[in-house]
Write a protein that binds this ligand. Structure first.
Ligand code: ADP
Length: 462
């Protein structure tokens, strides 16, 4: 800018000389001093040439300065931060972001206005000395603040850089404000996520410990129970005089032993399923035979309750890769529920349908049914429709949740349909396996004592 002023002064001086020379040349010429007039005009032309060169130089200089100014202005205007300059606490420059910060459409509108009309200066943070330096237009040390206080009382999370600058021997204050609200929110969010993660890890650890404790406890409970039941079975076989098997008290002892064992087994299984440690070796079985066998083995129990059980199938063979013990548990549990919730004289139907790539097993009863509003929760753990202490049916409310988990572990699905007062049906779909000639299909399903004990356990709530 200084060289621009020099060039300007030079041109003005040259022009003044030219004007004087022109006047002089004309005066001399009018007094008929021809030669001297020519000399003056030549000088005038030389001077004019010099002036022309100077003005060309100045033009290119002005162009350069102008383009630099434009660039600087563009940089400031498109800066993501609010920038403003004040002298003696009066605005001298604001970029668009600063105008936005103060809620002004046109920055020009507040040039010359007091800064304190828009900013509440925090004297504690700024310090009296700095404030006075600002007010009097003296230089001050730069500083960074963390909060921006607007005159209207609004506080914004901002990083404010404040320093003094000197232009043409005058001191200005330059303020650059960076909005850190988002960053602060992100930082807070990150902290919260970390905290939640820590809590989650703690919860997972606690759950793991709880699962282990349950698994241990269930195991500890099961061992003595199995021994007691084993002795009862031996006594039953030997028909010992000390404990006559026909004795009602003996049967009661056995029955309640099985009930306890069922509960313990269920707790153990649910813990294993939850922790992913449920062992399941799948083999290929003809599911039709498996389900038919299970149904046949419960006929005595069902007859005792004066109920009718009917098995029917649309297909003779459907090969399913499954864990047959789990299939036993599933079907026995559903039939036991059907028996439990069907009044004397009712019927239970076990039907199998061919659905090409799937096999559909339906266990249907003509029992008390389930209210529509209870249906969505029927497979939830510990859910019993009748929660009253005076309810007619025994049970822990985890049977169906285990059934659902076991069906899903075989790659199948289960759904329920029911009409309150008329009956219920549980529909299971299992994926069917392709079998080649060389494939081994397990023919026999465990029967005899093993199945008998399973039935005693599953039917122990009846
Ligand atoms: P529980 O071991 O108590 O029988 P379940 O999980 O097997 O628990 O069953 C949960 C509830 O679902 C039962 O308490 C009963 O209210 C209802 N329920 C299950 N099966 C039937 C059915 N066949 N008919 C009517 N209600 C049923």
């Amino acid at each position: 800018m200084k060289s621009y002023h020099k060039a300007q002064t030079k041109i003005i001086a040259i022009n003044m000389v030219i004007c004087l020379a022109l006047i002089l040349g004309l005066v001399i010429h009018s007094y008929n001093n021809f030669n001297f007039g020519i000399a003056i005009i030549t000088l005038l032309l030389i001077m004019n040439g010099l002036s022309f060169i100077s003005s060309i130089k100045m033009k290119s200089h002005i162009d350069k300065v102008e383009s630099r100014l434009e660039l600087l202005e563009e940089v400031l205007e498109s800066a993501p931060n609010a920038v403003f300059v004040h002298r003696k606490l009066k605005f001298t420059y604001l970029n668009k972001k600063a105008a936005e910060l103060f809620g002004i459409e046109n920055p020009e509108n507040i040039i010359g206005k007091p800064v304190e009309d828009y900013v509440k200066i925090n004297l504690k943070a700024v310090g009296k000395e700095r404030y006075e330096a600002c007010l009097e237009g003296r230089p001050f040390k730069p500083m960074v603040e963390k909060m921006f206080f607007k005159a209207n009382g609004q506080i914004i999370d901002m990083e404010i850089y404040d320093s003094s600058i000197e232009v043409n021997n005058e001191c200005y204050a330059l303020v650059i404000c960076r909005n850190v609200t988002e960053q602060k929110k992100i930082a807070e969010l990150k902290e919260k996520i970390n905290e939640d993660e820590r809590k989650l890890r703690e919860k997972i650890e606690q759950d793991k410990m709880k699962d282990e404790f349950f698994a241990n406890l269930s195991h500890e409970l099961r061992t003595p129970l199995t021994i007691i039941l084993g002795i009862l079975q031996l006594l039953e076989k030997s028909n010992d005089k000390i404990a006559p098997v026909e004795d009602e008290r003996f049967q009661m002892l056995k029955h309640n032993g099985y009930r306890l064992l069922r509960l313990v087994n269920n707790l153990l299984d649910i813990t294993k399923i939850d922790s992913g440690y449920f062992e399941m070796t799948k083999k290929k079985y003809n599911i039709v035979t498996v389900v038919e066998d299970i149904t046949a083995s419960v006929i005595d129990y069902v007859d005792n309750k004066d109920l009718n059980i009917v098995f029917d199938t649309e297909v003779e063979e459907k090969i399913v890769s499954c864990h047959v013990d789990s299939i036993d548990r599933i079907i026995l549990n559903l039939i036991a529920n059907a028996v439990k919730f069907t009044p004397n004289g009712g019927s239970i139907f076990v039907n199998i349908y061919d659905e090409a790539e799937k096999v559909k097993i339906i266990i249907k009863d003509t029992g008390i049914g389930i209210k529509e509003e209870d249906l969505p929760y029927i497979f939830e753990r510990f859910r019993q429709v009748d929660k009253s202490f005076t309810r007619n049916h025994e049970g822990s409310g985890i049977g169906l949740s285990i059934v659902k988990a076991l069906v899903e572990l075989q790659g199948g699905t289960i759904e329920v349909r029911s009409e309150y007062g008329k009956g219920s049906e549980f529909i299971i779909r299992l994926p069917v396996e392709e079998v080649s000639v060389v494939d081994m299909v397990c023919a026999t399903v465990e029967g005899g004592i093993g199945r008998k004990q399973k039935i005693s356990i599953e039917f122990s709530d009846l």
